[in-house]
Ligand binder design. Structure first.
Ligand SMILES: Cc1cc2nc3c(=O)[nH]c(=O)nc-3n(C[C@H](O)[C@H](O)[C@H](O)COP(=O)(O)OP(=O)(O)OC[C@H]3O[C@@H](n4cnc5c(N)ncnc54)[C@H](O)[C@@H]3O)c2cc1C
Length: 403
């Protein structure tokens, strides 16, 4: 059996981003995935336009909005309907174009359609046993099989918060959002009864896709236990019918559920991971694609250097990989975000509205840097402290409360 340099598990955005950076470097690489990399991805990926512009990839946007707003009022009065204008472009990634572009860069990499069942590590190499009985040996295995991976060891966490959402791409009796508008968070809550307001909060994420087609998604930022699809679907319909809007036609339904605060993987394991399996989802926003694009080139470049040393075992290679993927700076930032998320999860809808209203009073550089995880640690601490100082007393107390 040949020994590969790198074996990647998966064919989602994480696997393709990393494989595309490792391709063409004279490494012996193969990928195993339960799905062919040509099978179209089903998730709708949104991103701040600047994240793609910085990488010269803005042509991968299928839609781009400059009219980007949120609503943090209660919706009951004129004042409660005033939008917060973000004045920052947001876009939807053209999934096919993105996937095809990454695949084009992976031309010399072979994908095997199979499911990795078990992984064994000896001192030097790691062996992957597939469902078909097929076995592969590699110096380094990189798990990009998503957040449900059973292969990656991480500290036990009893209550992992999940982001949940139910969305529809469709036609409606009247426009759910204004023409050419993108709504990041509509937290207006005048459609909910007093009892419902005590339940876990959710917001509307919505956009005009053109030609009278809209995407509307009822989203729970993070909760444990997660909000169910039925719950969110009912909330969405109630929100729409409160404005006398009926759904006329559904082209696509999105049912979204993924962990927001998975603990970071342990470093002393023989496998490395990337993407959802490596806890790379932003713990305060749920976004990850920008991070995959930003972090894959450096990881690929370093792995190539580490692999030049033939004496390094799988566990040594993986450890070096983890150090590149999760250096001190990013681990500290992750801790701060996790702390922030935990506090936000304890807020009721009124407190959340007040919190976000304040958050978006920060400068664009500050709030967008926070949401994209691109602020250096000292700046992140500064921005979080600034938020704290500017917050009303009730929010300050909520931010400090130790659970
Ligand atoms: C509905 C939804 C919407 C989202 N929207 C956004 C967004 O707008 N913006 C954003 O930045 N992030 C978003 N996210 C978060 C995150 O970017 C996605 O979850 C992203 O798809 C994760 O990428 P991944 O490659 O790590 O995992 P996945 O996309 O889950 O891919 C995992 C891959 O591994 C394969 N696989 C699984 N098990 C095995 C196995 N045992 N052996 C071999 N192969 C295996 C699967 O076939 C798949 O190809 C969204 C997530 C969801 C669920």
């Amino acid at each position: 059996m040949e020994t590969l340099d790198i074996l990647i598990l998966g064919s989602g955005p994480a696997a393709l981003c990393l494989a595309s950076q490792l391709a063409g470097q004279n490494l012996l690489i193969k990928c195993i995935s339960t799905k062919s990399p040509k099978v179209k991805w089903s998730n709708t990926y949104g991103i701040w336009a600047s994240e793609l512009e910085e990488l010269d990839l803005e042509s991968l946007l299928s839609h781009r909005w400059s009219k980007t707003v949120s609503f943090f009022g209660n919706g009951a009065s004129e004042d409660g309907n005033i939008p917060t204008e973000h004045q920052y472009d947001y876009g939807l990634i053209d999934r096919s174009a993105f996937q095809n572009e990454l695949l084009r860069r992976c031309e010399d990499i072979e994908w095997i359609e199979d499911k990795a069942l078990e992984i064994f590590s000896s001192n030097k190499v790691t062996e992957v046993q597939c469902q078909s009985g097929f076995k592969l040996k590699s110096r380094l295995v990189i798990d990009a099989s998503g957040h449900r991976s059973n292969f990656i060891k991480r500290p036990f966490s009893k209550e992992v918060a999940q982001q949940a959402a139910y969305g529809i791409v469709g036609k409606f009796s009247s426009p759910p959002v204004e023409k050419e508008q993108f709504v990041l968070m509509d937290y207006r809550s005048d459609h909910l009864s007093k009892k419902e307001l005590q339940e876990s909060p959710s917001f509307l994420y919505a956009m005009d896709l053109g030609n009278d087609v809209f995407f509307v998604e009822e989203t729970s930022l993070a909760s444990y236990p997660p909000l169910s699809k039925d719950f969110l679907k009912k909330r969405l319909i109630r929100r729409l019918s409160n404005k006398d809007i009926q759904i006329k036609e559904i082209f696509h339904e999105e049912d979204c559920l993924f962990p927001m605060n998975l603990p970071l993987p342990l470093r002393n394991q023989a496998i490395l991971a990337f993407g959802g399996a490596a806890s790379m989802v932003h713990p305060a926003s749920g976004y990850m694609v920008g991070s995959l694009l930003r972090r894959s080139p450096m990881l690929a470049q370093k792995l190539k250097i580490f692999l030049k040393d033939p004496n390094l075992s799988s566990i040594e290679l993986a450890k070096k990989g983890w150090d590149v993927l999760w250096p001190f700076e990013l681990k500290q930032r992750h801790k701060l975000y996790q702390y922030g998320l935990k506090r936000l999860m304890s807020f009721d809808e009124k407190m959340l509205r007040s919190f976000f209203l304040n958050f978006f009073q920060l400068s664009t550089k500050e709030w967008s840097g926070f949401l994209t995880n691109t602020l250096p640690l000292p700046k992140l601490i500064y921005v979080m402290s600034k938020m704290f100082i500017k917050s009303p007393l009730k929010i300050k107390l909520g931010m400090l409360k130790i659970n």
